[in-house]
Write a new protein. Structure first.
Length: 226
């Protein structure tokens, strides 16, 4: 016997993930930056789900590199200014149907500041408390068994540098982010949210030393060109 859960068919299943601003390099050497939230991390790898027609996707395929900028809740206005802009010209039909418009100077429009990277050509966004330089390790089709075949791509990005604002580091730990200080911007069903302060409950997983999860990519990243 089932409980009172009911079967529904939501058009989207964005139950809540951090917003990522992906910066890439355009063909003419200018910078592109775009918001997305279909991302997750394992070790020093990140999976990115993207529309195959977007400027970010084209730049990733061409250059094989990017910066993953994580805004806090404080940067929400900048993220929102980018929400329905695209660097692609002409605007791809699916985005045009959703009200997107072309903008080549997206950093300036968002009010974000470009700063130099150490290992890639794409620039980080200074205002974001977390900036991760990355290279594309693999690319896969997504939804290949559906009518959307070719419309979506999944990128595996390998992180090469992690830059963080000092104020979100854990006291006494030079390489640990303090989750009580870090307040990521969350996207849930197309709405912006922040995290409430404090834990809701102690975590047994939190008792495991983070060093036991250390990825071999950390050592590999040290060899990346500066």
């Amino acid at each position: 016997m089932r409980d009172e859960h009911i079967v529904v068919e939501p058009s989207i299943l964005y139950f809540g993930t951090p917003v990522v601003l992906i910066s890439t390099k355009n063909e003419d050497g200018s910078a592109n930056i775009a918001p997305m939230s279909s991302a997750f991390w394992l070790g020093w790898r990140c999976a990115l789900g993207l529309d195959s027609s977007s400027k970010t996707t084209r730049n990733l395929i061409r250059t094989g590199e990017c910066v993953l900028n994580l805004p806090s809740a404080k940067e929400v206005a900048a993220v929102n200014r980018l929400a329905r802009l695209t660097g692609a010209n002409p605007v791809p039909a699916p985005k045009a149907a959703r009200g997107y418009s072309h903008e080549s100077k997206k950093f300036e429009t968002a009010g974000l500041t470009r700063v130099p990277s150490e290992t890639v050509s794409a620039p980080p966004a200074l205002e974001c408390p977390v900036q991760m330089e990355a290279v594309v390790a693999a690319r896969h089709g997504l939804g290949e068994d559906s009518p959307w075949k070719g419309a979506l791509l999944l990128f595996e990005a390998r992180i090469q540098r992690v830059h963080v604002a000092p104020e979100i580091l854990m006291d006494g730990w030079p390489n640990r982010i303090d989750p009580d200080k870090w307040r990521p911007l969350i996207m849930s069903f197309q709405k912006f949210y922040g995290l409430a302060s404090g834990q809701v409950h102690d975590s047994f997983l939190g008792e495991i030393p983070e060093e036991l999860y250390r990825s071999p990519d950390v050592d590999r990243a040290r060899l990346a060109a500066v």
